[in-house]
Ligand binder design. Structure first.
Ligand SMILES: Cc1cc2nc3c(=O)[nH]c(=O)nc-3n(C[C@H](O)[C@H](O)[C@H](O)COP(=O)(O)OP(=O)(O)OC[C@H]3O[C@@H](n4cnc5c(N)ncnc54)[C@H](O)[C@@H]3O)c2cc1C
Length: 472
């Protein structure tokens, strides 16, 4: 009976399409309305990264909707970071010592198209494109859309409305502007922006650089990264200050200075990018920011999910994965509350927000790690030790990266608290020469190292717990 209720989803991006599929599978009548043209029919560039790092939390979501096998052919495994040093040396730093732990490069467009196809195949799910939501009357559960072609406005009414309309969400804006309830909202930009570039395939469709890695050129205050695509190309992203430092987006205004910058900082990448100037001057420079807000829901009428509720910076490769995980978590709460939407929304948000706040903070930490620490000798020593522990004691040790990326049943908050304390313990022990990383250590010696790490981590966690109880 309740399943006859109509559901409106605003935004057919990654989160909205997956949500539509899941709610459709549960038998609800779902109508999805998207601002952009149908990406399956038009060659549109979403303006956001063409490929994404897709990992275990995202894969768990695919499993929930029965899509794990269908997604696999779109994935290129990336086993580690290929670090490119300024002198041209390269080395691979594995993401984990366990061989079954790797991340994947996946096309945003193809993954979204697959989810839309699958959802649309259900008779109770429909999609409409080229209609942009202007505002939502969340009290009366009505959304106003403007058709991009006819410019006509229309109203859509539903029993429940979901806002999966990304970082610039119209539903979130309606909450904010209405001043009808206490809505907290923050948006923090980084002083860095990003620009997408590319490494094209070889003439016979091959890869110009090692295929199964996420390439990083860490340069302290800025960095270049590259992820592989199925057609042999790489999507390259430059993260750089907008207006600080010798080279920044504001002063890279001519081909001469762009070439000078790349020749000095990324000479090996420049060799692979004869198309650099075209890309650089054609593609936009975009900002990077974190959005946090609460509440995500208004009574049992509306709910924000995905980037609309919690946009994060991309440095942990978790924004999409977290948005997919929202759907998995939300689905559990649907089971618990028997179609009482207000209770479902409130319980979901209470349990989920602590985890999305944590991944927002971890993503900011990782910006410093990727552009700077990966080139630091103590950090490299730590990664070597962690890889050794994960390889030789696979059931006993999890790095912070593994907890966040490969342990989909551990919440982000728990991973953050445990992972940060462990990192602190290891770095301190290496800096104090209390650990010497030696790959020929016996199992007993390695077990002793691990025991010491765990003891030191526990001391740090206990201090953190104590410090917390003293904040009153
Ligand atoms: C440079 C960069 C790199 C990234 N790399 C990774 C990565 O490696 N791994 C990872 O997990 N995440 C990554 N992310 C994050 C990831 O892109 C987002 O977290 C993810 O796209 C969120 O999905 P979403 O569906 O919530 O939002 P979106 O993907 O933004 O989808 C929102 C949809 O709503 C539509 N829409 C917007 N406004 C309206 C409106 N008013 N009316 C109707 N429709 C509307 C949009 O057109 C869009 O289709 C990256 C992000 C950036 C910027």
């Amino acid at each position: 009976m309740n399943k006859q209720k109509s559901i409106l989803i605003i935004g057919a991006g990654l989160c909205g399409s997956l949500l539509a599929l899941r709610l459709g599978q549960r038998g609800y009548n779902v109508r999805v309305v998207e601002a952009r043209p149908d990406l399956r029919k038009t060659n549109i560039n979403s303006g956001r990264s063409i490929n994404l790092a897709f990992s275990d939390r995202g894969i768990k979501a695919m499993r929930l909707v029965g899509m794990e096998e269908k997604v696999k052919p779109l994935c290129i495994p990336m086993n580690g970071r290929m670090i490119h040093e300024p002198n041209g040396n390269t080395f691979l730093s594995p993401y984990s010592g366990r061989t079954d732990e790797y991340i994947n490069s996946i096309s945003r467009g193809e993954l979204t198209a697959l989810l839309i196809d699958e959802a649309e195949a259900l008779e109770n799910v429909s999609f409409e494109f080229d209609k942009k939501c202007k505002e939502v009357d969340f009290e009366n559960k009505t959304a106003i859309f403007r058709d991009n072609k006819t410019h006509r406005e229309s109203e859509i009414n539903a029993h429940v409305i979901f806002g999966t309309d990304g970082a610039g969400s119209a539903l979130r804006k309606s909450y904010f502007l209405s001043k009808r309830f206490l809505f907290s909202y923050s948006q923090n930009y980084l002083s860095h922006g990003y620009k997408e570039l590319s490494i094209l395939p070889t003439e016979d469709g091959g890869f110009r650089a090692y295929k199964n890695a996420l390439h990083i050129w860490p340069r302290g205050n800025f960095m270049l990264i590259a992820l592989p695509n199925l057609d042999g190309s790489f999507t390259v992203t430059l993260f750089l200050s907008l207006d600080e430092g010798k080279y920044n987006f504001n002063n890279l205004t001519t081909p001469k200075i762009v070439e000078e910058f790349f020749r000095k900082e990324f000479p090996d990448a420049l060799e692979l990018m004869p198309n650099l100037m075209d890309d650089f001057f054609k593609n936009p420079t975009a900002p990077l920011g974190t959005v946090k807000c609460s509440p995500w829901h208004y009574r049992g009428n509306t709910l924000l999910l995905g980037d609309a509720a919690h946009a994060i910076v991309p440095f942990y490769g978790q924004g999409m994965n977290a948005s997919f995980e929202d759907v998995v978590e939300f689905d559990k709460f649907l089971d618990n509350h028997n179609d009482d939407w207000e209770a479902t929304f409130a319980a979901f948000e209470k349990s989920r927000k602590i985890d999305t706040d944590a991944i927002a903070d971890l993503a900011l930490d990782n910006f410093v790690e990727m552009r700077d620490h990966v080139a630091n000798p103590i950090f490299q020593e730590k990664r070597k030790l962690e890889t050794l522990l994960e390889m030789r004691l696979p059931n006993d040790y999890l790095s912070k990266y593994s907890m966040v990326t490969f342990n989909e049943n551990l919440g982000y908050h728990e991973a953050m608290v445990r992972g940060r304390a462990q990192d602190k313990a290891i770095l301190k022990m290496i800096a104090d020469h209390r650990i010497k990383v030696d790959k020929d250590m016996s199992d007993d010696e390695l077990k002793l190292v691990l025991e010491n790490i765990l003891t030191e981590t526990e001391v740090i966690l206990e201090k953190d717990r104590l410090a917390k109880t003293m904040h009153y």
